[in-house]
Every structure is written in C-alpha cells, then in structure tokens.
Design a protein around this ligand. Structure first.
Ligand SMILES: Cc1cc2nc3c(=O)[nH]c(=O)nc-3n(C[C@H](O)[C@H](O)[C@H](O)COP(=O)(O)OP(=O)(O)OC[C@H]3O[C@@H](n4cnc5c(N)ncnc54)[C@H](O)[C@@H]3O)c2cc1C
Length: 391
C-alpha cells in the first residue's frame, strides 16, 4: 500500500478495529497504528459483557441501551463462536435497595428496548431452583433471570482487526503515533516503528487511542483542545472457583453499586470498581482496597465459596468530567472533530463498537471520495483468530 491513505487510525482497541473494518469495507485505503499490541488497552480489561446495560436505565440512557441491545443481537448472529448468549440472574434480598417491583419494571423496559425478541425474555426463577444457584439464601425474596451475552474482549478485537486486514487494511504494530499536521486536503503524520521515523499522509485521521485520546490530540497541529474527561479505573478479580451458572448481577452491600459475578473460562470473574485515576494511562493497577471491596461483595453473596484471588486487572474508562459520580455519567461514545479531518473518539462500549464505526463513517465521509463498498459489516462473519503473529 502507498503512504497516501484515506483513513489512518491510531489505536488497535475495539473502537479502532471497528473503524478500520468499516472504512476498508466501504472501499477506503486504511492503516492502523498500534503502539503495543492488539487490545493492549481497555479492550482486554473490560467486564467482557456484550449487553445493553440494564443498569443504564437508572440513568435514563435509553438510546444507548436500545442501540447496544440491537448490536448485541447482531453480534450473536455474525460472531457465534465469540459472543455467547448467557443467562443473567438478579437475586433480590430483603436488604437490597432495588426491590422486586423495581427490578420487574426495569426488566420489562429492557425487554421493550430489546424489541421483545426471544433474547429479551425474562422470568422469575421459582423458589425450588434457588438452591442450585449456590447463592446466599438468607433474606432472599426473589430471583429474576434474563438474557445478555459474554465474549472474550481481546479475542473479539483480534477478530475484527483480522476481518479488516482480510479486506486490505494495514496494521503497523508496534508503531507509535508521534505527531500530525493538518493541511487543506491531507493530514501529514509522523510515527515511529522499529526505531525508525515513518511518514504518511491521509485524508482523515481517526484518533481511537482510548485513555490516551487527549495525549494524541495534543500532538496534532493546528492545536485543538479536546473534551474534558476523567479516567476512571475499573478493577476485576479472578477467583479460584468453578464458573457460576450464569452472570450474577448483584448489589454491593457497601455502597449499593451494581457488581457482576461471572463465568470466565473455567474460573469466576468479579467486577468492577470506579476509582478516579490521575496517573499515566498504561500504568493502572488494581488497588488493594478495590480487591478487598470485590472480595467482600463476592463473599456476601457466595459465603461458602473460596475467595482466593488468582489474578486481578484494571482498565480505564474515559468519562466526561462532571460533578456526578462515575456511575451516573453517560457511557455512550462522543465523537469530536477538530482540527478539520481529525476525529477523536471518547468513551463508549465494547458492545456498540460496530454502530460507533458506522457513526464515524457518517461524520468523516465529507472528507472522502465516493467509493464502491467491498462489504457490509452487518453481515461479515467474525471468527476467532488462531494465528496471533500479526501483533
Ligand atoms: C472496567 C471496565 C469494564 C468495561 N466493561 C464493559 C463491558 O462489559 N461491556 C462493554 O460493552 N463495554 C465495557 N467497557 C467499555 C469498553 O471496554 C471500552 O469502551 C473499550 O474497550 C474501549 O476501546 P478503545 O478502542 O476506545 O480503547 P483501548 O482498548 O484502550 O484502545 C486504545 C489503543 O490505542 C493505543 N494507543 C494509544 N496511544 C497510541 C499511540 N500514540 N500510538 C499508537 N497507538 C496508541 C493503545 O495501545 C490501545 O491499544 C468497560 C470498560 C472498563 C474500563
């Protein structure tokens, strides 16, 4: 491929992967720069749920829930080996703040926003089945079951990058973005690969560098201030227990936040936390207080099981800076153009990556020539990648 591109993307997380796939499928010349490895950032440290986000109903994010439920169903169709429908259980106790009535209303709304499809069904689990779930029985009032999905976030990102590459996108990895200059009709980009300084031009630059988004933007001239964001760390712990029967959606007794207890291959995964992070992206690590918080939530609901932590990991959310607690802040992606021909992606959900990429293409098409599409990302199958030698 020449060094004159249509779309240059910084970051091979799920968002950069999605934009690369959408742009190459639309017929454009595409290159992705990744400084470390595919999914090295947040896209391997999420809760690994492909979901609409039942809890976002509490903050009235209905458009986000509807969009991601639609994407969840689409991913179940196009990536059946990577995205699996999973039963989700919500146990309601006499001590939990969200009572049975509220949970039922939430599930009815979730089902409605999910288009009342088969995957939107929910039920009340009969009392006779409660013991089989292995959860604490004291004070248990009701258990609800609905459907969402789980994935391996890094494997999904690999699969999307692989799909983009098979259509002709180029991946430079490891390759770090250094600087860019926007001119009237191109962006001139400098990056570093194998100790060498490389140059290319592109009609559009998409900054999908996740928690590094404003750092990358600061390297672009003419200078443009980014959006005011806060990085909020989320920690998970992996416990030495066999996987539970589904995803348990519980209320942390300490502060009433929603916490997930989930299967993760042959172990159990518990997450997550929300801790404001002020260090350099890439240096985030689980704090002892976060590990203790998650262990306590787990032991409260599964008192007879081991709380031995095998490993833990932390990822960073990019959230708008507001006076609200992280839980109450919007979770949808924000697209920001500036300077001209440079689009930066802020925040968003793993689940919505494909729809976000469509929105990105809509926003940047005015800088691009008309082309003949090669493929449609709504129907392109995604498969696990066995050869990871790409990066
Ligand atoms: C704790 C937590 C749990 C979550 N759980 C879920 C969930 O269950 N379901 C869901 O749908 N969403 C979830 N999310 C959200 C989702 O994980 C993220 O929105 C998504 O992974 C972000 O992807 P990204 O591509 O924007 O960023 P990243 O995955 O961080 O990718 C950015 C990439 O850019 C690269 N980069 C940075 N700077 C440069 C540079 N100068 N040059 C080259 N490359 C560069 C980085 O190395 C990195 O690979 C969760 C998020 C967190 C933090």
């Amino acid at each position: 491929m020449s060094d004159d591109l249509d779309v240059l993307i910084i970051g091979a997380g799920i968002q950069g992967a999605g934009v690369a796939q959408a742009a190459v499928a639309a017929g454009y010349r595409v290159r992705i720069l990744e400084q470390q490895a595919i999914a090295a950032g947040t896209s391997s440290r999420s809760s690994k749920l492909v979901h609409g986000g039942l809890r976002y109903l509490e903050t009235h994010q209905y458009a986000l829930v509807r969009k991601t439920l639609k994407e969840r169903d689409l991913l179940l169709r196009i990536a059946p080996e990577l995205v699996k429908l999973t039963p989700f259980y919500i146990p309601v106790y006499s001590s939990t703040r969200r009572g049975p009535g509220l949970i039922r209303i939430g599930l009815m709304l979730y089902s409605l926003l999910g288009g009342l499809r088969d995957t939107s069904r929910f039920r009340t689990v009969p009392k006779t089945e409660w013991k089989q779930l292995d959860i604490a029985q004291d004070g248990l009032l009701a258990v609800y079951q609905f459907w969402d999905a789980q994935t391996d976030d890094a494997a999904l990102t690999q699969a999307v990058i692989h799909s983009a590459q098979s259509l002709g996108a180029e991946l430079a990895c490891p390759a770090s973005f250094v600087s860019a200059q926007a001119t009237a009709d191109r962006i001139e980009v400098v990056y570093r690969q194998a100790e060498e300084e490389m140059r290319c031009t592109s009609r559009v630059l998409v900054n999908a560098s996740g928690p590094w988004v404003n750092e990358v933007l600061a390297g672009i001239t003419p200078p443009q201030s980014g959006l005011a964001v806060e990085l909020v760390q989320g920690t998970h712990i992996v416990l030495d227990n066999p996987p539970p029967r589904g995803v348990f959606y519980v209320e942390a007794p300490q502060d009433r936040r929603a916490v997930f207890i989930m299967p993760w291959y042959d172990k159990m995964l518990v997450g997550t936390t929300e801790t404001v992070y002020t260090g350099e992206p890439g240096n985030e690590t689980p704090l002892p207080a976060e590990i203790e918080y998650l262990s306590n939530v787990f032991s409260h609901y599964f008192p007879t099981m081991s709380d031995q932590v095998l490993e833990s990991y932390a990822g960073l959310r990019v959230l708008p800076k507001t006076a609200h607690a992280p839980f109450r802040r919007p979770r949808d992606t924000v697209l920001h153009i500036g300077p001209e021909r440079v689009l930066s992606l802020y925040g968003g959900k793993l689940t919505g990556y494909r729809a976000t990429a469509d929105e990105v293409m809509q926003r940047i098409k005015r800088y691009l020539p008309v082309t003949e599409p090669k493929a449609d990302t709504r129907t392109l199958g995604l498969h696990p990648v066995t050869d990871n030698s790409g990066c």
